[in-house]
Ligand binder design. Structure first.
Ligand code: PLP
Length: 374
């Protein structure tokens, strides 16, 4: 596995060595922050330090941070905890938002995958019931960034709350809770060198909600269950390292764009090409070649990438994101997502480009032969 190239950071990223070091020293210790003895107090201090660090980095108050077990939990808490009468979500959200409630209303996106503000305003106008709007900061399949500040401005006119799933933002673009102006924000670290098992929901001071998990009084009675102290320390370390990761990805971004231009010249389509995207993500369509076929070939060549439509079962289905953007189903099935991260270098992108071209030449030839024979 040593020579493999990992270009699937939007699915999960390898643990950063500094994150690992911060966690390693904690494993093996009895760390229950609710205990009153010295070990418990130490655990409490680790968690409160992490809370302070994350609040400083993301520009919110420490008391606004609730530690959860995953981004899925944070998204569910945001949507179900508030029991809003209306929930408006974009059609390109992650399933952890789309499946969080049965009674969702969908905000359409345009052909580039950006939420249609006119459609959102129509929805808000059509019913005066206060709504919760949930729109992701950046899409995991395409990297397309949403106009969150404009959504917040609109929401304020109609007395609506705004939640943003900022999972794909950490370590890719700067995150600032106060500047964005949202009421709720989901953060998780395992897409940016941090561990699974810990995530955050930031809840604007003063908002009250029903916890999803009931039990002990952890997280100020907002999320019961003994805190995952080591994972929370790792999450805080990943947040601390995020500016470095962003610098690195910004330096790599021109290489990714060069690669896109090269592949486009050979017939590729780049999804969301005309709008603002994350610096690490390309969703590339190789017409006529199924994403699953491409994936297998890249995998055999030592490259880990993802189909735009990989679902949780590990099977490749059609992508609801591409579908929402109006990409024809057949074409949508030819998508492959490349997502770089903290350990990606230009040579990795060059290798991917070489393999893409080989595959394109090989499968293209086969098709020509097929056509000749027909
Ligand atoms: N939100 C977005 C945008 C994601 O990309 C993901 C994971 O892919 C999630 C939420 C859910 O994260 P988790 O599976 O870690 O709960």
């Amino acid at each position: 596995m040593t020579d493999r190239i990992y270009l699937d950071h939007n699915a999960t990223s390898p643990l950063h060595p500094e994150v690992r070091a911060a966690m390693d020293v904690l494993y093996g210790q009895p760390l229950n922050p609710s205990s009153i003895h010295a070990e418990g107090r130490r655990a409490r201090a680790i968690i409160e330090d992490a809370r302070g660090l994350i609040a400083g980095a993301l520009n919110c108050f420490p008391g606004e941070i609730i530690f959860t077990g995953s981004a899925t939990e944070s998204n569910n808490l945001a949507i179900r905890g508030f029991r809003p009468e209306r929930v408006l979500v974009s059609t390109v959200e992650h399933p952890s938002v789309l499946n969080a409630s049965e009674a969702l209303e969908h905000i359409p996106v345009n052909a580039q995958g950006v939420v249609r503000l006119d459609a959102l305003e129509e929805l808000l106008k059509s019913d005066e019931t206060p709504a919760l709007i949930s729109v992701m900061l950046a899409n995991n399949e395409t990297g397309v960034i949403q106009p969150i500040e404009q959504i917040v401005a609109l929401a304020r006119q109609y007395n609506a709350l705004v939640h943003t799933d900022a999972v794909q933002g950490l370590g890719r673009i700067p995150l600032d809770f106060s500047h964005l102006g949202v009421d709720l924000m989901t953060i998780s670290s395992h897409k940016a060198g941090g561990p699974t098992g810990a995530a955050v929901l930031i809840v604007r001071d003063g908002l009250t909600f029903e916890p999803l998990l009931r039990g002990g009084g952890q997280e100020s009675n907002r999320r019961a269950g003994t805190e995952n102290v080591a994972a929370i320390a790792g999450l805080a370390k990943a947040v601390e390292l995020a500016p470095d990761m962003i610098r690195r990805l910004n330096a790599l971004e021109p290489k990714l764009w060069e690669l896109e231009v090269e592949l486009e010249a050979l017939g590729a389509h780049i999804v969301g090409k005309a709008v603002e995207r994350l610096p690490n993500t390309s969703c590339i369509l190789m017409p006529e070649v199924a994403g699953s076929t491409q994936l297998m070939n890249f995998d055999l060549a030592g490259l880990a990438v993802s189909s735009g439509s990989a679902c949780t079962s590990g099977k490749v289905g059609k992508s609801h994101v591409l579908q929402a953007m109006g990409v024809a189903e057949e074409l949508g099935r030819t998508a492959v997502r490349v997502s770089a991260g903290w350990n990606t270098g230009p040579e990795d992108l060059i290798r991917f480009g070489e393999e893409w071209k080989k595959l394109h030449a090989r499968l293209g030839k086969t098709k020509e032969k097929g056509l000749e024979a027909a």
